[in-house]
Ligand binder design. Structure first.
Ligand code: MEV
Length: 306
């Protein structure tokens, strides 16, 4: 039996603007998806997760099944497998759970079959799997979950920057949304107000560039300020919601350095950076306001054999 895992992620700066070629910074977190695989005779892939046990011939567990198919195609071998998935990430909440499950499954299959794929190769194949399942996907989620740490994404260029170990509190609204619908909504707004929305998007890009410097300097106050500015700009793109804003303002009131949404918005999660006693206060405030608090921290560990 082979056991692998891969982390979720948050966008520190730059979501949505990254769709228009601006840079973004995403960070792996210490909440992970775990995949265990036992190869078996035949060609049937059976997946166990969330109290369900199903063969790969239905619409469930699409990322795991697409990852298995991709590996079968790549190594031109058929195989059967029992795959078990456990996750510390709420699904469809903007924390990169589908990328993490894809990447941990690819790594576990690669290890089981002796393919020896490395993190950057896994990231590339993982991105292809996400494109196959979703139609569109940026490379951010699969890259960050593969290599871990703090990653700057600028067009096709990617760069791992200084790792800063920072506690965060995530607030999940529990509201699911379609990323592609939210992206389309921003695109429509941009068509109606090209100059205004164009300058908001460039400003988010500038926030990311200055955020990179703050990360390198380890300036947590500056990072928090820029997160709040980024949130204001995302708010003007109409991707935040009453529920998200309620958690964000609660976190700020409880002493967070900064708070913003992570990912597409329209639902999903926000997160805050905080230190010391403020961590518990932020978590309590999120709970009080109807969110699910998840205490986490940035993590430098990408996909791993456990
Ligand atoms: C979604 O998690 C983040 C977006 O920037 C889209 C993307 O980067 O693929 C909205």
């Amino acid at each position: 039996m082979i056991h692998c895992s891969a982390p979720g992620k948050v966008y520190l700066f730059g979501e949505h603007a990254v769709v228009y070629g601006e840079p973004a910074i995403a960070c792996a977190i210490d909440k992970r998806v775990f995949t265990s695989i036992r190869l078996k005779e035949g060609s049937n892939i059976r997946v166990t997760s969330m109290n369900k046990r199903l063969n790969c011939n239905n619409q469930e567990f699409r990322y795991v099944c697409a990852a298995a198919k991709k590996i079968k195609d790549l190594c031109e071998t058929d195989f059967g497998a029992e795959i078990a998935i456990k996750s510390q990430l709420p699904p469809s909440q903007g924390l990169g759970s589908s990328a993490a499950v894809t990447v941990s499954t690819l790594m576990a299959l690669s290890e089981s079959l002796g393919m020896g794929l490395k993190d950057y190769e896994i990231a590339k194949i993982g991105h292809e799997v996400e494109l196959y399942v979703q139609g569109t996907a940026s490379q951010a989620d699969t890259l960050v979950t593969s290599i871990g740490g703090v990653v700057l994404i600028a067009g096709i260029e990617t760069l791992k920057i200084n790792f800063l170990s920072m506690p965060i509190v995530i607030g999940a609204t529990g509201i699911t949304r379609s990323t592609s619908d939210v992206i389309k909504m921003v695109a429509t707004l941009k068509t109606r107000y090209p100059k205004i929305v164009g300058s908001i998007i460039s400003s988010i890009g500038e926030v990311t560039r200055q955020g990179k410097s703050k990360l390198i300097e380890g300036d947590i106050t500056g990072i928090g300020e820029l997160m709040d500015i980024n949130q204001g700009l995302l708010e003007s793109l109409r991707v935040s919601t009453l529920e998200l804003n309620n958690l964000i303002y609660g976190a700020r009131r409880a002493g967070a350095f900064g708070a913003k949404i992570t990912g597409a918005g329209g639902g999903g999660c926000m997160f805050a950076i905080a230190q010391g006693a403020h961590i518990g206060k932020v978590a309590r405030e999120i709970k009080l306001r109807g969110g699910r608090p998840i205490k986490a921290s940035f993590s430098d560990i990408g996909v791993a054999v456990d």
